[in-house]
Design a protein around this ligand. Structure first.
Ligand code: A2R
Length: 324
């Protein structure tokens, strides 16, 4: 089995690569010339990297033509919601046109690999109280350019399956966390701040945004197992929520992290960390995916948070500060 992972240098891609290597799969991935490779450095010699920017059709077609993968896990994206406010055009181009390039390359080459699309719970956007837990049939009311880009990726996947019978499976993952999460994401940002405070290199104050929002968290290692299963057991053209079905208030997640540390910290609101329009609750219903694949999350969120904090403690100890 030969697979291609776009976004292999990122948070999810690196975990997926490790998971697939453990199953004996031949793993290929794409990197850009200035990609940071620290997420994959522990196993880089076991994978094959190809230089490619998904915005460039020729580059995408070249790689797919060379690898001829049986499965493509399409994870490459501008993945950060707040950045999508500052750079909406870049977000839409990378996420939508980048994916279009993959579809068109596959069509041009006359191959039909399974293509898993990393769609997102951010597509649901504004969710009414009586709509939780959210099913796949819920209306999509995205509240950020990122959310809109993911709706477009999702629907483009649907359309290319319907029009050209491409073996596309769409997964809408809710929040996923764990070691290697970029420090712009809230769980990782809090964990990093705590590790820095413990080390004494930052005053004992944690800056926070909206603590009242509620999120459905799953460990990234459960998510990548789900992505694999989606290409093994799901129906092409269909869309599946991947989530734990349990929500956490962000403030409670922060209290849990602080409780893992012996250091006393003060929590302060930072207006710069509030989004122009935030999604108040994202709680998913994973029934469709669980029934189809037998998947359920195995790693408790408490372990995810502990592993994340330990990851940052290690990084801070080495003086190795990852930004994103
Ligand atoms: O920034 P890089 O060069 O390390 O690569 C990132 C890659 N990427 C691209 N690859 C090729 N051409 C591009 N134009 C391009 N733009 C970005 O996507 C990196 O390997 C990956 C993004 O990694 P993270 O930001 O860590 O995202 P994460 O959390 O792994 O999300 C994976 C997927 C995304 O589609 C999200 O939107 C979705 O799951 O939630």
């Amino acid at each position: 089995m030969k697979v291609l992972i776009t976004g292999i240098t990122g948070f999810v891609g690196s975990h997926l690569a490790e998971f697939l290597l453990s199953k004996g799969v031949e793993v290929h991935g794409i990197e850009r010339w200035r990609s940071r490779t620290e997420n994959i450095e522990d196993f880089q010699e076991k994978i094959t990297l190809h230089e490619c920017d998904i915005k460039d059709f020729h580059s995408v077609k070249n790689v797919i033509s060379k690898v001829r993968p049986e499965k493509i896990f399409h994870l490459a994206a501008q993945s950060f919601v707040p950045t999508s406010w500052h750079a909406p055009q870049e977000t839409l181009t990378t996420n939508i046109i980048g994916q279009l390039n993959i579809f068109e390359a596959v069509r041009d080459l006359g191959i039909n690999p399974w293509i898993q699309l990393a769609c997102s719970s951010e597509e649901y956007g504004m969710v009414l109280e009586n709509e939780v837990p959210i099913k796949e049939t819920n209306p999509l009311r995205p509240l950020s350019p990122y959310g809109v880009s993911k709706v477009a990726q999702d629907l483009l996947g649907y359309q290319y399956h319907e029009s050209y019978k491409l073996n596309i499976v769409r997964t809408r993952a809710f929040n996923h966390e764990g070691p290697r999460r970029g420090d712009v994401f809230v769980t990782s940002n809090f964990a990093k701040q705590i590790a820095e405070i413990e080390k004494g290199i930052k005053p004992a104050v944690i800056y926070v945004g909206n603590l009242e929002a509620r999120r459905d968290y799953t460990d990234v290692r459960d998510i990548v197992r789900a992505y694999w299963l989606s290409t093994e057991k799901c129906v092409a053209g269909e869309v599946y929520n991947i989530c734990s079905g349990r929500d956490w208030r962000i403030g409670d997640m922060l209290d849990y992290l602080i409780g893992l540390s012996k250091t006393r910290v003060e929590v302060k609101q930072d207006p710069a960390r509030m989004r122009p329009s935030d999604v108040q609750i994202l709680l998913g219903d994973n029934t469709k995916f669980s029934k189809q694949t037998g998947w359920k999350p195995e790693i408790p969120f408490e372990k995810t948070m502990t592993d994340l904090l330990n990851y940052w403690r290690e990084k801070v100890k080495k003086g190795n500060f990852l930004t994103r």
